[in-house]
Design a protein around this ligand. Structure first.
Ligand SMILES: C=C(O[C@@H]1C=C(C(=O)O)C=C[C@H]1O)C(=O)O
Length: 367
């Protein structure tokens, strides 16, 4: 038996527990070294080579989930093979209730100063045996345009996903952000896929949705930078399942500027996951989403003792516990939104996780 097979066989027997955190970023792995959680202040006492990493919640009512760890250049050897699970799926809220919430939000936009709100729904997927988290992470990491992450939230629960959205990254005084907003599902046919990309690029509604996010990030970062630029025009970017509008923001931090962790806290929640104005959008989210977001639409990432690090928006993810996965997906709603299209967009956003779980979305068309 090779080391690789042994590792897989052990895990199938349930011997190896998932680590408290692991990130996969373009061939590098960020791995936990301690099994005891740490708090935000731990960042001040880190030794060279150490990081803290984990998840920040959508709302402050939940604590940060952080652990100490290190960056490894070693590639991963975990097998991407999964057992052939049988699935039971249930959406929460049901599609009709999600559509009603979108209609109400659009109505509120006509009668108030609410301009954008991101409304999410969830999909409960129950397998016939425990979900193999390390294999799931390896499968999610196959998408080169996403950062795959696994973060322990409680004794039995992990947040796992693959996000394409970079909230903020700093290295010395160099700062970057890659906000996304405005989406269309990818198409299997190459010609149809290209048409989808072009129509997204030309969509006034999506460009409008996108602009809120770029403005928020520029306004929040500007006081901390000596130089900050967003390119003219918005580009498209893709994952294996979605097209998005994205803007590559780059700049130079002031000397003794905030750490990557502090910047993530300043920026969060952006209008990519909350809305404009923020307080009104938060109010709509709290009133119309029946399932609390917990760590979905928060941040996942890492920071070292000098403040360098990267924080991503925790989207395209699920909370996994034993046989159960709760998948989350949201869509930005503006006055011109069509509720049925927003439902389809959230369904497509479940696609990355479902594919990684080996659950065929085409078999479950009604989600
Ligand atoms: C909220 C999600 O995605 C966000 C919303 C987007 C949109 O509304 O177009 C696009 C990318 C993300 O910023 C999600 O995937 O759950």
């Amino acid at each position: 038996m090779t080391h690789h097979d042994q590792d897989f066989a052990q895990r199938r027997a349930g011997a190896a527990a998932p680590p408290p955190f692991e990130f996969r970023v373009k061939g590098r792995r960020l791995v936990s070294t301690d099994t005891q959680p740490v708090d935000l202040a731990t960042v001040n006492g880190l030794k060279t080579g150490e990081i803290i990493a984990g998840a920040l919640p959508f709302e402050d009512s939940h604590p940060a989930r952080l652990w100490r760890g290190m960056v490894q250049e070693k590639p991963d050897i975990t097998s991407p093979m999964l057992p052939d699970y049988r699935w039971i799926l249930r959406t929460e809220p049901e599609g009709t209730d999600y559509i009603r919430a979108v209609q109400q939000a659009v109505g509120q936009m006509q009668a108030s100063n609410l301009q954008k709100v991101v409304l999410a729904r969830t999909l409960l997927a129950r397998a016939d045996r425990n979900i193999d988290l390390p294999a799931l992470l390896t499968r999610l990491a196959a998408d080169e345009n996403a950062t795959a992450f696994l973060v322990q939230l409680s004794a039995q629960t992990w947040l796992v996903g693959a996000t394409p959205e970079l909230l903020v990254e700093t290295s010395g005084r160099t700062i970057r952000s890659f906000p996304l907003a405005g989406s269309l599902p990818r198409q299997a046919d190459a010609q149809a896929d290209r048409t989808a990309e072009k129509s997204l690029q030309a969509s006034v509604k999506d460009l409008h949705e996108h602009r809120f996010v770029v403005e928020h990030i520029m306004d929040t970062l500007a006081p901390h930078c000596t130089d900050l630029r967003a390119p003219d025009g918005t580009a498209t970017t893709s994952t294996r399942t979605m097209w998005h509008l994205g803007t590559r923001i780059a700049g130079v931090l002031k000397a003794d500027g905030p750490s990557s962790l502090e910047l993530a806290q300043l920026l969060h929640p952006t209008p990519a996951v909350c809305g404009v104005p923020r307080a009104a959008a938060m109010d709509v989210i709290r009133r119309s989403e029946p399932v609390r977001r917990d760590y979905y639409a928060g941040c996942v990432g890492w920071c070292d003792g000098r403040g360098d690090g990267a924080w991503h928006v925790s989207i395209r993810c699920a909370e996994v516990s034993g046989r159960d996965a709760r998948l989350y997906a949201g869509a930005g709603i503006v006055a011109q939104s069509d509720p049925q299209s927003e439902l389809v967009e959230t369904r497509a956003k479940f696609g990355a996780l479902l594919a990684a779980l080996g659950c065929e979305i085409t078999v479950h068309k009604d989600i």
